[in-house]
Design a protein around this ligand. Structure first.
Ligand code: ADP
Ligand code: MG
Length: 707
């Protein structure tokens, strides 16, 4: 078939050829907004719409209003200060009142272009100073006197830069460019990516219409349908990618573990220290089923802190051993690896199972026999850190890799483990940071998920309190009381960057201060932080684990996994500097024994609204899933779990928090479509296939490949 040379090719035309642009402005658009061609402009969406029917009056403005639109005349332009302190003010009058407008930038532009005594529509973010309303850097639009009020009330407004504004391309003027664009293109220039069947089934607007409506909506309803369609397309394409890789994973051949043998059974009958919870049993059953199929397992186990994931990992590793395979367990920190190693060695002390520890700090001399044992198969289980990924770590027959605290490792690291045997080993990833459902669907879509939603019996809820700094002496009294009752205490400080000198010094100062609160020589204070060498860190940690130290002053190096059941108080200093999930992780270090436990959040009195909200969520709930959802809502997806680096959430218009229902719908739709056309090779799905393989953002689709 001949190459199609109509349609989207038109969208590759440079914007230079649009009415009112020309070479100079084209260059400016390129530099300032990355807009090169028609296609880029078409996808540069308005950030808001001016609804000329919605006008407030100045004397009804309230401090809790954020964005407001007013109409009035502007007078009394006055310049104040000089240089960097320069500022321009003016007064806006409407029939009921007056208020101040302020500019710190673009002053000469405003003075030149805004006419005093003329009616303007004023839009901006409202703030109050000493009880008086003001707007800084308002958007101004001249009211067309005498002109017929247009019937369409939704005028697009685009974000532009200062440089563009100076050249007369303002938030509102920008619409002239998109208008010019739409006079040059029509429906035939913009292909429909979604198959007809999908459009119909989900009642979606066509692509060209959606693009038209998002720039120039006929009304609020059409706009919301247009946005819905564009978000849908974006999420659908993401879900298709995930589902396809999922299908590939599912088809990946893997080792089969048909036997439940002596090792597993002996351990289960003789040495299991407690009955498993039903949730733990269910997860083990999932793993058993996965490893029977002759396909590679890729399973994520989500279970709140303290839900007992380690024993699940151990039992899975014993299953592997019964089938002649080795296992590895990888933890994100040395402390955690050490702790897993000790815990597992203890549980297996009367079993014929060889367990070793391999971390970065294991010296060459000790390393040699370990590597030897892994290569000749005399070592059955290795616990370690990233050190396990190194190329010189060679296994005789690795069958299972457990990754603890998954969110700290990247996908690439997971992939490295695949290379360690002739077939990729089964992968079991465990996380105590519950991943909100939509996020899991989006970034961990290639993993099957099991949930441990039940805590072992007998756990007492942790009492969480929020206190202000000046309450510290009372907190210290309380801590002394707990120590006298035989308990141990964590005190955690936020260190954002452990290598930073100032932060380090303030940690030291705090450590000294804690010691002065406990001058009695019977009380021992230990400290761990990221600057210590592993040996020193380990020694201090051991003093606390063994009960020799009563207080552990720490940075977040102890965030994950550390298990000291006798610790009953987690005191978090400057708690406002931690995110919700981190606070929840830290809190999970206590409440692991039979004693009543406490988490005390100390903050300064001057808290932002968000910080206050975080503290109140922490005191109200201990449900990790609720906290993760709240965290996602407050922070947005970009900040979480290293997703920023992954780029998986780099959506242009969709938002997986607000558009959770679309995430769910598109996942279903993607699976349905792929079930009868896994390669997207049917003619109806051909354009979708190309959209999926469109590599760079803003690039036109590679339509020329249609032949
Ligand atoms: P996490 O899921 O946070 O990794 P761990 O595996 O460290 O949790 O388990 C937390 C504590 O609970 C450990 O002391 C462990 O021995 C104990 N534990 C785990 N499962 C059970 C159970 N079924 N019954 C009683 N205690 C359990
Ligand atoms: Mg754990």
């Amino acid at each position: 078939m001949a190459t199609l040379n109509f349609g989207e090719a038109a969208l590759q035309t440079s914007v230079e050829f649009l009415k009112g642009i020309g070479a100079f402005k084209a260059l400016l658009l390129q530099k300032e907004l990355g807009i090169f061609n028609f296609n880029d402009l078409l996808h540069y969406f308005p950030y808001r719409y001016l609804d000329t029917t919605q006008v407030q009056s100045i004397n009804s403005l309230q401090p809790d209003q954020e964005w407001v639109q007013l109409k009035g005349i502007i007078m009394n332009f006055q310049e104040h200060g000089t240089g960097f302190k320069k500022r321009l003010t003016a007064t806006l009058y409407d029939p009921g009142g007056q208020m101040e407008l302020v500019w710190f930038q673009g002053i000469s532009y405003v003075l030149k272009n805004i006419q005093p005594n003329t009616a303007y529509t004023v839009f901006g973010k409202l703030s109050f100073f000493n009880g008086f309303p003001t707007i800084t850097h308002p958007e101004l639009e001249k009211v067309q006197v005498g002109a017929q009020e247009k019937t369409d009330t939704m005028l697009p407004s685009y974000s532009v830069t200062e440089k563009l504004r100076v050249k007369g391309i303002t938030n509102r003027n920008f619409a002239k460019l998109t208008q010019a664009l739409f006079s040059k293109i029509n429906a035939a220039d913009v292909y429909e990516t979604l198959p007809q069947a999908v459009l119909q089934q989900y009642g979606l607007m066509g692509r060209f219409e959606a693009l038209q409506q998002i720039h120039f909506p006929a009304n609020a309803d059409r706009l919301s349908r247009a946005r819905h369609r564009l978000k849908w397309e974006e999420l659908f394409i993401a879900q298709l990618k995930i589902s396809q890789s999922n299908l590939r994973n599912k088809a990946q051949a893997g080792f089969s573990f048909p036997t439940i043998g002596n090792v597993f059974n002996d351990f289960y009958e003789k040495f299991l220290p407690f009955p498993l919870t039903n949730a733990q049993k269910r997860v083990i059953k999932d793993i058993r089923t996965d490893t029977l199929k002759g396909r590679q397992m890729n399973r994520l186990v989500q279970g709140d802190v303290g839900s007992g994931k380690t024993i699940v990992a151990l039992l899975s590793m014993l299953m592997a051993l019964d089938n002649g395979f080795q296992s590895c367990m990888m933890a994100p920190t040395e402390i955690l690896a050490q702790q897993h190693f000790e815990g597992i060695s203890k549980l297996l002390e009367n079993m014929p199972v060889k367990v070793v520890l391999l971390t970065g700090s294991v010296k060459a001399k000790q390393r040699k026999p370990i590597l030897q044992g892994l290569a000749d198969g005399t070592v059955h289980i290795v616990v370690g850190t990233h050190a396990l990924l190194e190329d010189n770590v060679v296994f005789k027959n690795l069958g299972l890799a457990v990754i603890d605290e998954q969110h700290r490792f990247g996908v690439g690291q997971r992939a490295k483990l695949w290379q360690k045997n002739s077939l990729p080993p089964h992968i079991l990833v465990m996380t105590a940071t519950p991943i909100p459902r939509t996020l899991a669907m989006t970034i961990y879509g290639d993993l099957e998920v099991s949930v441990i939603d039940e805590l072992p019996p007998g756990r007492k809820p942790i009492v969480t309190m929020h206190r202000f700094d000046h309450y510290r002496p009372k907190v210290m009294d309380f801590i002394r009381h707990e120590i006298e009752n035989g308990r141990q205490i964590y005190i955690v400080y936020p260190l954002i960057d452990e290598s930073e000198k100032m932060e380090y010094e303030s940690l030291m100062a705090n450590y000294e201060q804690v010691k002065t609160h406990f001058p009695d020589p019977r009380y021992n204070v230990a400290m761990v932080h990221g600057r210590q060498d592993p040996g020193e860190k380990e020694r201090n940690m051991q003093r606390f684990i063994k009960g020799e130290a009563h207080i552990l002053v720490a940075t977040t190096v102890i965030e994950v996994g550390v298990n000291v059941p006798n610790a009953s108080v987690m005191l978090i200093e400057s708690a406002e500097r931690f995110g919700l999930s981190q606070l929840h992780q830290l809190r999970g270090r206590v409440g692991r024994g039979s004693e009543k436990s406490y988490c005390i959040l100390l903050t300064s009195t001057e808290l932002s609204k968000e910080s206050r909200q975080r503290m109140s969520i922490m005191t109200q709930t201990s449900d990790g899933f609720v906290i993760a959802e709240e965290d996602l809502k407050m922070r947005g997806p970009g900040d979480m779990y290293g997703t920023r680096q992954s780029g998986a959430l780099d959506f242009k218009i969709a938002d997986i928090v607000q558009d959770a229902d679309i995430v769910v719908a598109t996942k279903e739709a993607a699976e349905q479509l792929l079930s009868h056309d896994p390669q997207l090779s049917l003619p109806d799905n051909r354009l979708l296939y190309l959209a999926l393989h469109q590599t760079q953002k803003g690039q036109p689709m590679p339509w020329s490949k249609i032949s």
